[in-house]
Design a protein around this ligand. Structure first.
Ligand code: KG4
Ligand code: ZN
Length: 350
């Protein structure tokens, strides 16, 4: 609707410079510049390289977003920006830019939580989120299960990874298999030709004793080590490494644990909606397994399309739009870039 607020979102927490524009629940523009290619030879994101790339990409990406939405900065009702968590230097570029635009055009500014934005983006595709919902956020930097009572007001963390994030495990395993970076998409593709039941890799934190202290937590570091040992043993024996089978079996171990714990979190909390976000939510097997298991318990699974799962500006605009609609006060112009922003804060208080 034309009278709904027009919100611009800026995302620079990792290696994607994203600028999105939404009106209400409608996505008008989602401009993205990625520095992923510049990090590939290092096998992971290099913070200084990412910060510099944001600096170079920000103004042109902003122009592309405004052009795509056919609006000018003067038309925008509010500016939202990722305040944290993320890489400190990378966040700083987005936050400084947002402040500059807000000051120049005299617009309210909302510093928002990157993880809550990953949840909010689903509303652009599937409409208002039924609350309470369980959100599972799985990316290169985080793996968390959250209880979402009111997305504009704060979310309750139920569990998180105690070591590597799910996407990090994909990236590290891809690296040891010589598949390149980022690892998720290439393992997803390679796994299609493999047998997921061929190798029994460990399921972290699923033993009865772990379920007491770490019921909704994840651990992927043992899995990564198990894959490395398995591959080494084959190489020592002079046998070829069946890349597709290793990929499929590894992917199955990750998806098995993620979906089992997510469904359990829904059932324990009497919740009938599971929303999955973050880069790993783009995984084809994760989507299928989550839907299969959820259907057995009458739970609806909502996963945004892959481009909206990985980092982007639309997610920040989507959360900003929810905050404006809920009448939440804007942040102050001295809002920080907070690399360790806790989830209890969905936006920086005004
Ligand atoms: O959300 P995101 O773009 O950035 C972070 O906030 O980390 O997530 C990137 C992560 C990377 O680790 C990448 O390997 C993983 O998401 N990823 C995938 C897939 N596509 C991206 N993991 C598994 N399967 C995929 N199809
Ligand atoms: Zn992310």
């Amino acid at each position: 609707m034309a009278d709904e607020p027009l919100v611009l979102g800026i995302e620079t927490s990792c290696d994607e410079t994203g600028i999105g524009i939404v009106r209400g629940h409608t996505l008008l523009a989602d401009a993205l510049a990625s520095s992923v290619d510049q990090h590939a030879r290092f096998g992971g994101v290099v913070p200084e390289v990412a910060s510099r790339a944001h600096l170079e990409a920000l103004v042109p990406t902003m122009q592309r977003a405004l052009d795509e939405a056919k609006v000018t900065l003067a038309d925008i009702d509010a500016i939202a920006v990722t305040s944290g968590p993320g890489l400190a230097g990378a966040l700083l570029v987005g936050v400084a830019a947002a402040k500059g635009y807000a000051l120049a055009a005299d617009k309210p500014i909302y510093g928002v939580n990157h993880l809550a934005a990953h949840v909010a983006v689903d509303t652009l595709e599937h409409g208002p989120l039924p609350e309470p919902a369980i959100a599972m956020l799985v990316s290169g930097g985080h793996s968390s299960l959250l209880l979402v009572d009111d997305l504009t007001n704060g979310v309750t963390p139920l569990g998180a990874t105690i070591d590597d994030a799910a996407g990090e495990a994909f990236d590290k395993v891809a690296r040891l298999l010589g598949l390149g970076f980022p690892g998720g998409p290439v393992i997803d593709r390679t796994a299609r030709d493999g047998d997921p039941a061929s190798i029994a890799f460990p399921r972290g934190l699923t033993a009865p004793k772990d379920l007491v202290a770490h019921r909704f937590d994840f651990s992927f570091s043992g899995l990564k080590t198990a894959v490395a040992r398995w591959v080494e043993a084959r190489e020592r024996a002079g046998e070829p490494v069946p890349i597709a089978d290793v990929s499929a079996s590894f992917q199955e171990a990750v998806c098995d644990v993620l979906t089992a714990k997510a469904i359990e979190a829904c059932r324990t909390n009497g919740v009938r909606t599971l929303v999955i976000g973050g880069g790993v939510a783009a995984n084809s097997r994760l989507r299928v397994l989550a839907e299969e298991r959820a259907a057995r318990h009458g739970i609806e699974v909502r996963v945004p399309r892959p481009q909206l799962c990985t980092d982007n500006g639309a997610m920040v605009a989507a959360l900003g739009s929810r905050l404006v609609a809920a009448g939440v006060a804007p942040s102050r112009l001295d809002l920080p870039a907070d690399s360790a922003m806790p989830l209890t804060a969905v936006s920086v208080a005004g």
